[in-house]
Write a protein that binds this ligand. Structure first.
Ligand code: SF4
Length: 398
């Protein structure tokens, strides 16, 4: 098969918000690139959003309209959810609020401690909260060593046999604990030409048999872009599997269109789909029905969760999450120890507590329903297993 042409612009059309719009890290790297991103945001972000009440009353059938209607300020989010105004300054300048209505509808109004709200609501002073664990490197802009693993524009190569493409700087929601909240997206995914080196790197490296699409969120790309990228990857004979990491189906379930599922199932590659759910309240009926389309199509769906203080750091919540996932044939894959990204320290749970929680999970669930508890360490050749028992402590896994 001939490699597809990448001459036309690699489009990230529609309303996608490029994030972060101008981080400290980006300011340090290139002020011109930051300006370029801000200029592009004017193209993508509509200036006249629907009134919140209208957006709430009429859920759109298409995902791009859902992106357009997303709430983009913590003050607005608080107003919608009947919460008092925040006292103090939030970190919205460096990492803006972005929450779609489809997610907001699952949050309990008036409850500041709602576990879904906590994931998306900027906290005053989140950049200055103190570290709790002193046995591990401090909170930083790049806690998992992404920048050191970059081998081509938009491509990270950390682990043997696998390479990860940063396909988009946009997401369907901004999670306050995101380990890429300061990632310099403007340098890696702004045009078609910047993808060519990544594809060529994979073509040269015959040991790579699996490509991961990540971001940002790869499903913020329009279908035609996803198709062109899949065409390119499918044209590389030694690539056998394509893994798609996306939170879009969780926060905007209508993103899983029939045409997208059809394109995935028609691929010559074995497709693995990895979603990101942290709390059982995220799994509503509409979302589960749509994920069911992937499962029925024969695509394995796995879930990654992050252990987050005040969100899911209790055994009952984690057990309910795992049960609900496997009830719908979604496999709990990883439970991640928080990546120590700057601004997220208030989410950290100690490894000792995580270990205790994992023991309860092991005692309460069938083995296939128990996620693997891991931490990502910069420069390591795999994720690091965290202790559940003495035998497993410190071992590597894939
Ligand atoms: S955790 Fe995933 S969905 Fe959330 S902001 Fe980060 S990349 Fe986007």
């Amino acid at each position: 098969m001939m490699a597809p042409s990448f001459e036309s612009e690699y489009e990230i059309r529609g309303p996608a918000l490029i994030h972060p719009p101008m981080t400290k890290a980006m300011q340090n790297r290139s002020s011109s690139q930051s300006a370029e991103i801000l200029a592009r945001r004017d193209d993508f972000v509509p200036t006249a959003l629907n009134a919140p009440e209208t957006a709430a009353a009429t859920p759109p059938s298409d995902w791009q309209t859902a992106m357009k209607r997303a709430v983009r300020s913590s003050a607005e989010l608080r107003r919608i959810l009947d919460l008092p105004a925040a006292r103090g300054v939030t970190a919205e300048q460096s990492f803006p609020t972005f929450v779609p209505w489809e997610f907001i509808r699952r949050i309990r109004p008036g409850d500041e401690n709602d576990p879904l709200l906590k994931q998306v609501l900027p906290q005053p002073g989140e950049d200055s909260i103190e570290d709790e664990q002193d046995d591990y490197p401090a909170f930083s802009a790049d806690p998992v060593g992404d920048l050191d693993a970059a081998v081509a524009s938009g491509l990270l190569h950390k682990y043997h046999g696998r390479a990860l493409m940063i396909t988009s700087g946009a997401c369907g929601v901004h999670c306050r604990y995101c380990f890429r909240r300061e990632f310099p997206y403007s340098q890696v995914c702004s045009s078609t030409d910047q993808w060519r080196p990544a594809v060529e790197y994979i073509r040269r490296h015959t040991e790579i048999d699996e490509v991961l699409l990540s971001g940002g969120d790869p499903l913020t790309m329009v279908d035609s872009s996803i198709e062109r990228l899949m065409d390119a990857i499918e044209s590389i004979p030694h690539v056998r599997r394509l893994r798609i990491h996306s939170r879009m189906p969780i926060v905007i379930p209508q993103r899983l269109t029939k045409s997208l599922v059809s394109r995935l199932t028609s691929s010559r590659l074995a497709i693995w789909f990895v979603v990101h759910v942290n709390h059982p309240n995220e799994l509503d009926a509409d979302l589960l029905a749509r994920l069911g389309a992937l499962v029925r199509a024969g695509i394995p769906v796995l879930n990654q969760a992050v252990l987050l203080r005040g969100v899911n750091d209790d055994a009952a919540t984690l057990i309910e999450l795992c049960r609900k996932l496997v009830d719908h044939r979604i496999q709990p894959y990883y439970l991640h120890q928080l990546d120590r990204v700057r601004g997220a320290s208030h989410f950290e749970v100690s490894v000792a507590k995580g270990t205790r929680l994992m023991r309860v999970l092991r005692a309460s669930l069938p083995g296939y329903a128990v996620p693997t508890y891991v931490r990502e360490e910069p420069g390591a050749d795999s994720k690091t297993l965290l202790p559940i028992s003495r035998e497993l402590s410190g071992k590597r896994c894939t």
